[in-house]
Design a protein around this ligand. Structure first.
Ligand code: PLP
Length: 266
């Protein structure tokens, strides 16, 4: 595999599901990577029939198809950072964990559970595999508050609960966790906490008055992976990713009859 080549952009791989509406999943990941100047590659885990109103259908790929895509990319091209998103089932989570076990590249795990519309994107029976097989491999895990509750049982109501939530996720072994407090009722601010259990970085941004936020989580995690592939530290990559996603949410646009996507062309 080749990882050195002058003039070639950093190599980032997303292992995630497809969103036919183009707002989240693999589509959001590749758009983010293009916008941030890295070469995006994809291992598809599941296909969703999806639009601005919700998810109408989900079809998981066979584990052999996931393994083959990963080997094709890694054995020839190489990767400098990996992002995981929708993994759908326990066998897929375990296959991806097995594939990533010996990678030297940083891994950003977005533990996707349920879509904004409330559609399940991960089987309840897969939660234990996420906790015990995938999270230990993460350089950074990026759960939102619902995912924190699913994974740890901690309910975050106040900003002061975020430390406890972070400790719960870190107990499964990721090097860093970014708790995304976007859904917290903290007045006019969106507050996120990044910590490795020692350092703490709090990120505060004005809460944007735009309901067209489909794909926010995928975009943020892909932007973090892009920063890591460029050689940023985790706090630097998260700070830059937050700036990127804030711009993308600000430019999010109406589409169809429901919730539109964040915009990567801002
Ligand atoms: N569809 C796919 C394939 C996803 O990976 C995700 C989130 O990770 C979603 C839908 C949900 O996106 P959102 O919650 O931003 O609407």
């Amino acid at each position: 595999m080749s990882t050195e080549s002058p003039g070639r952009p950093p190599l980032v791989l997303t292992v995630a599901g497809s969103d036919s509406g183009g707002g989240a999943g693999i589509q959001a990941d590749l758009k983010t990577m293009l916008a941030l100047g890295v070469h995006g590659m994809s291992v598809l885990t599941a296909v969703t029939a999806q639009n601005s109103r919700g998810v109408q259908g989900v079809w998981e790929l066979p584990v052999e198809a996931v393994r083959a895509q990963y080997r094709s990319v890694v054995d020839d091209i190489g990767v400098q950072a990996v992002k995981t998103g929708m993994l759908a089932t326990a066998p897929l989570v375990e296959t991806v964990a097995e594939l990533l076990a010996d990678t030297a590249a940083p891994v950003v795990v977005d533990p996707v559970g349920v879509s904004k519309h409330g559609d399940p994107l991960l089987a309840a029976s897969a939660l234990d595999s996420v906790r015990t097989k995938l999270l230990p491999l993460a350089t950074v895990a990026t759960p939102n508050l619902d995912e924190v509750t699913q994974l740890t049982g901690v309910h975050v109501v106040y900003e002061s609960d975020m430390r406890n939530a972070a400790a719960g996720v870190l107990s499964y072994g990721p090097a860093w966790v970014l708790i995304k407090g976007g859904h917290l009722s903290t007045g006019g601010e969106a507050v996120d906490l990044l910590t490795d259990g020692e350092e703490e970085h709090w990120f505060r941004a004005p809460r944007l008055d735009n309901r067209h936020t489909h794909g926010t989580g995928c975009t943020l995690a892909s932007a973090v992976a892009s920063g890591l592939a460029k050689g940023c530290t985790v706090p630097e990559a998260v700070r830059e990713a937050k700036e990127y996603v804030t711009g993308a949410i600000g430019a999010g646009f109406a589409l169809g009859g429901g919730i539109g996507p964040v915009d990567h062309g801002w």
